[in-house]
Ligand binder design. Structure first.
Ligand code: ADP
Ligand code: MG
Length: 291
């Protein structure tokens, strides 16, 4: 019977760490024609590591840049903040926690450090604040072409330095995209990161991308996709809840699965990109059994 077939698929999936919330979700998953991935923590490991620190001028050294950045990032739980804080810790760079920290979604974070308004943010945000010079833009572009995310550390309208970080793709990301291609499914990466970094990460994976997206832009991008395709969105489930809800099927991947399962239609508990294709194959087989 139909309910028995669906129940059996749900339990087969669950044994492999593939959770889908019922028959309607299985049906949509079977019909998917496009999978869109959030970059950070989904296609990448979500554990960026600091690769470069550059002081902007002679009156600062690299430790000053890291200390100020860490003071500001102490008020954020973003993966980039964790990278800066663990870099400060591993280099034994002392810093004080900033006060009145404020997250500027999709842009960075600001806090008061020793009485100065201090910022760590994207180059685009630094440019909007009027602190970026042409020389810095050139340095930033070179870092981004290596697939690194550069953030700008500034205070009282003046640049203190740059920090670059690299978040490696998951080891099975290439295979995960290839498996989808073999099923006739297109893949698109979405990211708030800049287009140069996005391209350096996406090209080796063989995936299309849309970059420079603010959180609302991700929702708009998915609305555009849903108008033409049956869309599965794969994200971390915490920051991506609105995007997951906009897709036909929202699938959470990553460790925040308690939160994720409330907002998503499904979850991948084993953190494998290749599990998306496995989930779709299971859903297709289920629908074939019913027909
Ligand atoms: P993603 O799509 O990778 O999750 P986000 O929307 O979280 O991107 O962030 C977009 C960009 O905003 C980052 O690439 C970075 O430049 C900047 N940013 C966000 N949060 C922080 C932070 N805590 N510290 C520094 N920069 C940040
Ligand atoms: Mg994110």
């Amino acid at each position: 019977s139909v309910p028995a077939s669906i129940a059996s698929s749900l339990s087969t999936g669950a044994r492999r760490g593939l959770l889908l919330k019922g028959g309607a979700v299985i049906e949509s998953t079977a019909k998917a024609s496009l999978v869109t991935f959030d970059k950070t923590g989904t296609l990448t490991a979500g554990k960026p590591v600091v690769t470069d620190v550059q002081a902007a001028a002679d009156d600062h050294d690299e430790a000053d840049v890291v200390a100020l950045a860490a003071s500001v990032e102490a008020g954020s739980s973003h993966p980039l903040a964790e990278a800066v804080l663990s870099h400060a810790e591993s280099r034994h760079i002392a810093f004080s926690q900033g006060a009145d920290a404020r997250v500027i979604a999709g842009h960075g974070v600001e806090a008061s450090v020793d009485g100065h308004r201090s910022y760590v943010g994207s180059p685009r945000y630094a440019e909007d604040q009027g602190v970026l010079t042409e020389a810095l833009k050139t340095r930033i572009a070179a870092l981004e072409e290596q697939g690194k995310t550069a953030v700008v550390v500034f205070r009282d309208g003046a640049i203190v330095g740059l920090i670059a970080m690299r978040d490696e793709p998951r080891t099975d990301a290439i295979d995960g995209i290839k498996d989808l291609q073999a099923l006739g499914i297109r893949s698109v990466m979405l990211t708030g990161d800049n287009p140069r970094t996005a391209k350096a990460i996406a090209d080796p994976l063989g995936i299309e991308f849309q970059a420079g997206l603010l959180p609302d832009d991700k929702v708009t991008a998915i609305k555009g996709m849903v108008a033409k395709d049956r869309v599965i969105m794969v994200g971390d489930g915490i920051n991506d809840a609105p995007a997951l809800a906009t897709a036909d099927v929202g699938v959470a991947m990553g460790s925040g699965t308690d939160v994720a399962l409330e907002t998503a239609d499904g979850a991948l508990l084993r953190n494998r990109v290749t599990d998306i294709a496995t989930m779709i194959r299971l859903a297709r087989a289920t629908m074939n059994n019913i027909r």
